[in-house]
Design a protein around this ligand. Structure first.
Ligand SMILES: [Zn+2]
Length: 309
């Protein structure tokens, strides 16, 4: 259960118990208190006919989410951040990552377009292709550590990966290198059609995203390897100390592990401990704090186990 729902439930039950307790106290006071409300030191036992309190007929309604405006998109700060600020500023204007997530998941943030591939919050999966299908980022940067042929990332994501790698190294698990970053639509066409030609469409779909459906085309996805004593490959990353460290700490640098074990029916992908997705620090923090394991559930989207056709 969502921990906030659990919290609200407890608060509601707590208030109901307090209400009933107060009614009991009132009834008790009417029986045991003298004029002026002062309790008698020695109440007359014959006067002990206690009036039962009336049962509560309804539970008090508590609105703990009052900090979320009914239409956050109408707020000047949100509109200004959307037009001129980066994603971190927009999320801050919503009241932080958790409030942003809650508003989006509730369908209460029409100004947040989860299909905008220029935004940290874009969701790309088998049911949500990029729009436009041939999208390419407008900025590119190369991380300090890359494997040959890794390609680039969106420039701010490249810098975030450098911070992640430096922090991993400082934590004693070695540096992290980019093994595969941005892939263009045309590259994906070649990769996918090659896999399908060799293995057939079913196996090709399992091995490679269809063109226009890969997170790598956004410049926000990074396949990484551990470089403790020489760089390994992506398949071994999950079993390395760096892999465990990234799964636990990547959120502090804006990254989530996009495809985790047990969530294939939702993400459409087998676990890929090496495939990191940048969503920015505020949203990654909300993702971590909320215990989410898929971006689909984080934003209240439908599962995307397979392509539409
Ligand atoms: Zn990947």
């Amino acid at each position: 259960m969502d921990p906030r729902v659990t919290f609200r439930l407890f608060v509601t039950i707590g208030l109901a118990v307090a209400l009933i307790g107060a009614l009991w106290a009132l009834a008790d006071g009417s029986a045991g208190a003298g004029p002026g409300g002062l309790a008698k030191a020695d109440p007359d036992p014959k006067a002990a006919a206690v009036t039962m309190p009336a049962a509560a007929t309804s539970l008090p309604s508590v609105q703990l989410h009052a900090t979320i405006a009914s239409n956050p998109c109408a707020q000047a700060a949100v509109q200004q951040a959307l037009s001129s600020g980066g994603e971190d500023a927009v999320v801050a204007a919503f009241g932080g990552g958790a409030a942003f997530r809650a508003a989006v998941a509730a369908g209460n943030a029409p100004c947040v377009n989860l299909s905008d591939p220029n935004r940290d919050w874009v969701v790309v999966n088998k049911a949500r292709p990029l729009s436009p299908l041939t999208f390419a980022p407008t900025s590119f940067g190369d991380p300090a550590l890359t494997v040959d042929g890794a390609g680039s990332l969106r420039s701010d994501v490249s810098q975030a990966l450098d911070r992640l790698s430096a922090a991993a190294d400082a934590a004693g698990v070695g540096t992290i290198a980019l093994a595969s970053g941005y892939r263009s639509y045309d590259t994906q066409v070649q990769t996918y059609s090659g896999q399908v030609a060799q293995y057939g469409q079913a196996q090709g779909d399992a091995l490679s995203a269809r063109p226009g459906h890969s997170e790598h085309q956004t410049g926000l996805a990074a396949d990484v390897v551990s470089c403790a004593g020489g760089c390994g490959d992506i398949d071994s990353f999950g079993g390395t100390a760096a892999g465990a460290w990234v799964a636990a700490n990547g959120w502090q640098y804006g990254f989530i592990v996009r495809y985790v074990a047990g969530q294939t029916p939702i993400t459409g992908y087998d676990p890929e401990p090496w495939h990191l997705r940048y969503v920015g620090v505020p949203l990654a923090t909300a993702y971590h704090d909320g215990g989410y394991t898929t971006l689909e559930q984080f934003f209240g989207l439908a599962a995307a186990p397979a392509y539409a056709g």
